[in-house]
Design a protein around this ligand. Structure first.
Ligand code: URA
Length: 237
């Protein structure tokens, strides 16, 4: 729900709306890490992170954390203007509105986390947290030692240099290879572009882990709720 910041604070029991306005004007309220100094700001109570006195301002609600093995052929948004299948089409019997954290391409499969917890979304998508994401890629060329070194140093794609990444050859074929790739950012089509930069076209791409959260035995299109241990791990990042 989109609502005014002071209304949200009041609903969460921080203070009355008028008092909340004062707190905002005093620069004591932070939204997504930035102090808000003026009134009139609206927030999305499912996504934005509001903080006061160093603590997250939250409604007393239950959060949901799901991992989905996203199949190829669906998009990572909640709605598609062209009527294509979305990742939410695979999630059944959930009363709350959940949304995906980050994105996988239409033609990429694998681990996607969905939640209604804006704080974890913020943690997992902010580059400063440097969380490793592991992919298995099938490519049409066997990378050389030099290619691997380039990956390790970071590559320039779309005019920026990626953080150092890892590339391991898992299997060699006559005309290609299966690779394990670990990156720390989540830029648009990053793995595909990095592979292209070393002369490899990605034929198949699957994400198998985000930090310590692993896809495990989930089949394509299947999902499960995260365990308490996994949730605590994410919250501790
Ligand atoms: N990198 C890509 O190229 N595609 C994805 O879907 C994820 C990472």
């Amino acid at each position: 729900m989109i609502l005014r910041l002071q209304k949200y604070m009041a609903e969460c029991g921080v203070a009355s709306r008028r008092k909340s306005e004062e707190l905002i004007l005093d620069g004591k309220v932070f939204v997504n890490g930035k102090a808000v100094m003026e009134l009139g700001m609206k927030i999305d109570d499912e996504k934005d992170v509001v903080e006061f006195e160093g603590k997250r301002v939250v409604k007393n609600k239950k959060y949901i954390y799901i991992i989905l093995n996203k199949p190829e052929g669906c998009i990572t948004t909640v709605k598609d203007q062209f009527g294509r299948k979305t990742v939410l089409d695979y999630i059944k019997n959930i009363n709350s509105r959940v949304y995906p954290i980050g994105r996988l391409d239409y033609d990429t499969s694998g681990l996607l986390i969905l939640t209604n917890d804006g704080e974890i979304t913020y943690t997992l998508t902010h580059p400063k947290h440097n969380i490793p994401k592991t992919y298995i890629a099938e490519v049409d060329k066997i990378p050389s030692g030099g290619d691997i070194l380039k990956f390790n140093k970071g590559l320039v794609i779309d005019g920026y240099k990626t953080a150092p990444a890892k590339l391991y050859i898992i299997e060699k074929y006559e005309k290609g290879a299966k690779l394990k790739i670990i990156i720390h950012e989540g830029r648009n089509r990053q793995v595909r572009k990095m592979c292209k930069k070393i002369g490899c076209n990605v034929l198949k791409l699957k994400r198998i882990s985000i930090g310590k959260i692993e896809i495990g035995k989930l089949k394509k299109g299947e999902y499960r709720f995260l365990s308490d241990k996994e949730i605590n791990y994410l919250k501790g990042l």
